[in-house]
Design a binder for this molecule. Structure first.
Ligand code: B12
Ligand code: SF4
Length: 560
């Protein structure tokens, strides 16, 4: 995925260049490098900057917590060469949002003269660029308590050649920021706030048109909860117009919450607006766990309604599932995944460790309690066990994480997912490709699918400073062997998964249905394990029934 953070900052500085904010005699030149697909040649940056007397700065953009150590590693030689460096993104913003003091991680940056930027750059970038030009950057720019409106903000943009280094015709943009809910593991609400700030439909159209002109027509709208973007309908209406009247075949992946199907017209308009996939933070099916994480909006009694509503219009679903909530045990989590497979019409499921990400309430509470927290920020990527768990040892938790992928993506369940999708008229060829990626990334590449790619770039000289540079005779044979083995394994997995695809596609004429696809019925709360697997599930059903009765009886009361 091309990074929207990079596109946002690029767009803002490009706008400074167009407005000639340093005067008509000074050109502003920008180079965007995305380290997920391009090697950052620090030596060349130093050479180019030196040729311009170090006039300018290097911005490390959208730096997440797990990328923060790497950002310091990149910054160090630049600072030694006298080049101004600014770090922005969720780690700096999250830490300064939650703590009044500057912790040792941020101090390490300040100590070598790096500037930190917290908050959002819309409306603030001119000041930064001018200060950099004067050679007078502040140590910290802190706008975390002063979030900008987005209605007329400069739009995110990346040149086509930069976008094409990732999936190809896909890019990302944010139509809005902020989410009203209060999940305790969430960083977004503390960094981007709980109020919906959004771009105007005109700006969304501009983003789509600018990208479309470059041949980019698939988009991931990065709003963490597009269903709570207060202008979702006006934005969808505009996109519907572009698709239905102007013939622009644009398509979208959006992120929504588990109550989105209750918003009148939301699902139907999403379909017309070209949404082909949705991502849902399902997180867990144990109501006690959801309550412990303050994820009160996730109601297990609505899960099937919501998924079936999307399926009815042929939209496929990705869901995130978190392992390691307080009530999870290795056995309960395994059982819960089996229940999901049997009873919920979900396509792609991805697993995460419950992680106290810097910027979240969980991180703040644990830090202030002096709880054990892994000090290595590299591991804050949702793929590591970082705190002790009451019901599992670290090794058990790690094994559960690895097993979860294998339990969900068995050959027989892959076949079920494809059969269900085919029955809902979903493109199962694309779905099979995505399943290959999600089912195999952790096994083969040892990273979460969102961090994996097709070919891994490795350079012998670029290692964490604490690791020794390997000799040529060891590095290259090992890299070659690694590439060969990985691609043989990918080919074998592809053979198996596309074999299943072929079998399913060949039986397209045979009607298929199963428990997960069965429409929601009144008695299912007594029958399905989703609602009966533990006491808290039964209580959730009871609560939902009481609320429904109350609503029905108040609707039946005559009004004065
Ligand atoms: C889209 C997205 C992705 C995309 C693209 C990445 C991107 N940054 O665009 C992909 C799929 C690649 C991705 C992957 C991951 N992500 Co992500 N992602 C997001 C998401 C949903 C939107 C990002 C975005 O567009 N934000 C809007 C931009 C404009 O905000 P911003 O990044 O803060 O940038 C603004 C300011 O910070 C500032 N700024 C930033 N940099 C700079 C630099 C300078 C010089 C200046 C002046 C200003 C400045 O100005 C920008 C414009 O206002 C965020 C959640 C969120 N709401 O932000 C999570 C989020 C950033 N991701 C997160 C995580 C954990 C991950 C993964 C580790 C998950 C995983 N295991 O797969 C991976 C890591 C990838 C990696 N290579 O290491 C966390 C990070 C939390 C943290 N404390 O670090 C977030 C916050 C979500 C969460 N769960 O809390 N992600
Ligand atoms: S619904 Fe998602 S974005 Fe909103 S508070 Fe919860 S985790 Fe954060």
């Amino acid at each position: 995925m091309p990074a929207n953070s990079l596109a946002s900052v690029y767009g803002l500085i490009d706008d400074c260049a167009r407005r000639q904010i340093l005067g008509s005699d000074i050109d502003i030149e920008i180079v965007a490098i995305d380290e997920t697909n391009t090697r950052v040649r620090v030596d060349r940056i130093i050479r180019d900057m030196r040729a311009n007397n170090n006039f300018g700065f290097v911005g490390l953009v959208g730096v997440q917590s797990n990328q923060y150590p790497r950002s310091l590693h990149i910054a160090k030689p630049l600072r030694e060469a006298g080049i101004p460096v600014i770090i922005g993104g969720f780690h700096v913003s999250g830490m300064l949002a939650m703590f009044d003091r500057v912790g040792p991680d941020l101090r390490a940056a300040l100590d070598i003269g790096i500037t930190l930027f917290a908050g959002e750059a819309e409306g603030r970038i001119d000041e930064v660029v001018r200060d950099a030009a004067k050679g007078a950057l502040n140590p910290i720019y802190n706008y975390i308590n002063d979030l900008p409106a987005l209605e007329d903000a400069v739009i995110p943009f990346l040149p086509g050649n930069s976008v094409r280094k990732t999936i190809g015709n896909v890019t990302t943009f944010d139509a809005g920021r902020g989410c009203p809910f209060q999940c305790s593991f969430c960083t977004i609400i503390n960094v981007q706030g709980r109020k919906s700030r959004r771009r105007s439909p005109d700006d969304v159209e501009l983003i789509l048109r600018k990208n479309y002109e470059q041949g980019i027509d698939r988009f991931f709208i990065t709003d963490d909860n597009f269903a709570r973007n207060k202008d979702w309908e006006a934005i969808f209406d505009r996109i519907i117009k572009l698709r239905e009247h102007d013939g622009m075949d644009v398509r979208f992946l959006i992120q929504v919450d588990t109550l989105c199907h209750k918003i009148p017209n939301f699902v139907a308009k999403a379909k017309r607006a070209g949404v082909t996939r949705i991502f849902i933070g399902l997180e867990n099916i144990n109501p006690d766990n959801l309550l412990a994480a303050k994820k009160r909006q996730n109601k297990i009694t609505e899960y099937r309604n919501m998924l079936l509503a999307w399926k009815a219009v042929g939209i496929w679903t990705y869901a995130g599932y978190i392992l390691g909530f307080p009530n999870d045990t290795p056995e309960s989590a395994r059982r819960d995944i089996e229940i999901i497979k049997k009873e919920m019409p979900l396509d792609v499921l991805e697993f995460f460790f419950l992680t106290p990400l810097p910027g979240s309430e969980d991180h703040k509470v644990l830090s202030e309690k002096g709880a054990v927290l892994d000090p290595d920020l590299n591991k804050y990527d949702l793929e590591h066990a970082l705190t002790p768990h009451a019901n599992m040892s670290k090794a058990e938790w790690e094994k559960l994480y690895r097993d979860a992928w294998a339990i969900y993506y068995t050959p027989s369940h892959i076949e079920t997912i494809l059969r269900r999708a085919q029955a809902y008229d979903i493109n199962i060829w694309r779905l099979a490709q995505i399943i290959l990626w999600f089912a195999q990334s952790l096994t083969i590449e040892k990273v979460h699918p969102l961090q994996g790619g097709f070919v891994r770039l490795k350079n012998r000289h670029e290692r964490r400073p604490e690791l020794r540079i390997e000799p040529v005779w060891k590095f290259y044979p090992r890299l070659t062997w690694e590439i060969v083995v990985k691609h043989v394994r990918v080919a074998a997995a592809a053979w198996r998964i596309f074999g299943i695809y072929r079998r399913v596609a060949a039986s397209a004429h045979i009607a298929y249905t199963d428990q997960a696809m069965t429409p929601v019925s009144d008695d299912e709360t007594q029958r399905l394990e989703l609602f009966t697997h533990n006491e808290s599930a039964r209580e959730a059903v009871d609560r939902a029934r009481r609320i429904k009765m109350l609503i029905e009886s108040s609707a039946a009361q005559p009004t004065a």
